[in-house]
Design a protein around this ligand. Structure first.
Ligand SMILES: [Zn+2]
Length: 613
């Protein structure tokens, strides 16, 4: 019989609990970015212990070998007698414990990688990602695990984690936290430091916010915005699957992205996220996205994603469900939460979803399902040629979710939408959460719940590489999807007026980086003017029409002034050899999604049904 995969935990379950596997974590060497870890394994029944480190992080589909940062390993009995042990592979150790004593695996973990999926410690704080630095004992993952945090060396006031407190006293010297099993443990990051904290309640569940970073942020404002997002999702799903939930929000230069967990999420933004409306909207959409995962992927999940095999790739063709659908609903629910106006939401769909995919030639090269399956080597590898090779399952998966939603709305004449199917999947999870969903399960749930047939379109959109049928779907609800010739900005102030105002905004088709007065090509879009001119990735662009260009703005100015009537003459170099080429620029395209001026009553009814809860 398969071991039950338990992922739900309430705080009251761990109070006063006992554990035979305990990690003692301290920070004596925080200034050199090291976490000291003692893993105590008691109640051993075998003379051989196999201890392992995960090689990947659920939610981030790439083998990362996080234990590369583990060092200074010593293994001994609790009374100090050293034990014989050896590495069996890069992440597996075998320990000989003939007397079956309680043992200690002590090691340091170099944690100097700031981000949502890595551990980081310095003199100011420690962010611990257990999956990156805590080992497990083969055959004992389902036991209760405890973590003791000793921050005695540091003047740190707070510990925030979704792990449950074990201590019965309110203010223990070295607090202990617990998880019902290893799966929950490694899904629960811990922040120790002087971060800012706040909390609110929705539907009887406590929500905590831990603001990590040195920025001054209006806590009341962020508290209010996040609370609104939680209320909207509570309404969307019908209930909340936890007693307590933590939002970790990291703020720092160069930080971005998020990672979902069962009872918390970690989101990271640049300090500029708070500077203007558009940036703050992006931040709120990120928080909505990670929170949506509490249901979609942490619980409603592709069948291959849980129980996890932490030792190798866990392949699935269904990341369009996990990430695509979440990418669609993050913006729709941001609109319903009031973070976007209606026009802003349609504009985000046009630019950040539809327009973004339109700039990806790889959508004609690989299906959505293959893009998901190959995530392990494609998505996070970030090849400069990535967009020519494959469509991200985030972007294309989100657009397919949008089209599916509108298709269901049109076919059911405004009686059903995709969220009804999600809600049905949530109800099914609550009855039996052991098993994930197959693609056939999802098609069947949509067709039964929404009383429409969608299999033909579903198959074509997930397996095919043809352009998606935007306009025929948008027509049903009175939306117009258009490509426009983009115009260069007409108004400039002061001395800086770089573009020829009469020329249309031009399209070159490459990403250029500046490096101390030299311009290097970082990406080239297939079939773009740059590609047709033979300009390759890593080439250096030196001059346009006989004039030296040494900044990106000089290059843009030169190309923009050239316009589209005649080709521009470029001097470039590849591998140290100079070459000349002619590039025929074309007008840049921008995209819009607008409500039609001639929208009918029926279309308007369906449009309102789509947008509103
Ligand atoms: Zn996501």
């Amino acid at each position: 019989m398969q071991t039950p995969f338990i992922i739900e935990q309430n705080d009251h379950q761990l109070i006063g609990s006992k554990a035979d596997i305990t990690y003692e974590i301290s920070f004596e060497h925080a200034t050199r970015h090291c976490i000291s870890i003692r893993m105590i394994i008691a109640n051993n029944t075998s003379s051989t212990i196999i201890a392992k480190s995960p090689v990947w992080i659920p939610g981030s589909y790439k083998v990362r070998d996080m234990n590369a940062h583990q060092h200074a390993v010593t293994i001994h009995e609790v009374n100090g007698n050293p034990l014989e042990w050896k590495w069996l592979s890069k992440h597996v150790m075998e320990i000989h414990n003939t007397s079956k004593s309680d043992i200690v695996i002590a090691y340091e973990y170099y944690a100097n990688d700031k981000g949502v999926r890595t551990s980081h410690v310095n003199r100011n704080h420690a962010f611990i990602m257990p999956v990156a630095c805590l080992m497990y004992v083969e055959g004992r993952m389902e036991e209760i695990h405890h973590v003791r945090i000793d921050a005695g060396h540091c003047e740190w006031k707070h510990i925030t984690t979704a792990l449950s407190p074990v201590d019965q006293s309110d203010n223990p010297q070295i607090p202990t936290f617990g998880a019902l099993n290893y799966h929950i443990l490694i899904d629960s990051p811990i922040e120790v430091g002087n971060h800012r904290c706040s909390s609110f309640e929705v539907a009887g569940a406590k929500h905590e916010i831990a603001l990590i970073g040195q920025e001054s942020v209006d806590m009341d404002w962020i508290n209010g915005e996040i609370k609104r997002a939680v209320e909207i999702q509570h309404q969307f799903w019908g209930d909340l699957p936890y007693d307590r939930y933590v939002f970790f929000l990291m703020i720092g230069e160069g930080l971005r992205g998020g990672l979902e967990h069962l009872r918390c999420n970690v989101s990271a933004v640049e300090p500029s996220a708070f500077l203007d409306r558009t940036s703050a909207q992006g931040m709120m959409a990120l928080l909505v996205h990670e929170f949506f995962h509490t249901w979609n992927v942490k619980r409603i999940r592709p069948i291959e994603l849980g129980p996890f095999n932490y030792e190798e790739e866990n392949y699935t063709t269904m990341l369009w469900l996990a990430e695509g659908w979440t990418s669609y609903y993050d913006d729709l629910l941001s609109y319903r939460s009031g973070f976007y106006s209606r026009d802003e939401y349609l504009s985000v769909l046009a630019q950040a979803h539809l327009g973004k995919l339109a700039r990806v030639p790889g959508r004609f090269a690989m299906s959505l399902k293959d893009s998901s399956f190959l995530a392990w080597t494609k998505l996070y590898a970030v090849s400069p040629d990535q967009h020519n090779q494959f469509p991200s399952y985030y972007t294309k998966g989100g657009i397919v979710a949008l089209l599916l939603d509108l298709l269901i709305i049109a076919k059911s004449d405004g009686k059903h939408k995709l969220e009804h199917a999600l809600r049905a999947m949530w109800e099914k999870y609550k009855v039996d959460g052991q098993k994930g969903f197959t693609e056939d399960d999802i098609i069947a749930i949509i067709e039964t719940t929404c009383n429409v047939s969608i299999k033909q379109e579903f198959d074509a959109w997930h397996n095919g590489i043809e352009e998606l049928p935007y306009q025929s779907i948008f027509d049903q609800i009175g939306l117009e999807w258009k490509e426009h010739q983009a115009h260069a900005p007409q108004e400039w102030y002061g001395d800086f007026r770089p573009f020829h105002p009469k020329n249309p905004h031009i399209f070159f088709g490459s990403v250029i980086s500046e490096d101390y007065g030299r311009l290097f090509v970082r990406e080239v879009e297939k079939n773009s003017p740059a590609d047709k001119a033979g300009i390759g990735i890593d080439d250096e662009i030196i001059a346009v029409n006989g004039k030296r260009v040494s900044t990106r703005i000089m290059l843009i100015n030169a190309l923009q002034s050239q316009g589209i009537k005649q080709p521009a003459e470029l001097i470039a170099q590849c591998d140290g050899r100079m070459y000349e080429t002619k590039v025929q620029l074309i007008p840049a395209i921008s995209y819009s999604l607008k409500i039609s001026d001639t929208i009918t009553n029926k279309q308007e009814r369906l449009l309102e049904y789509w947008l509103n809860a």
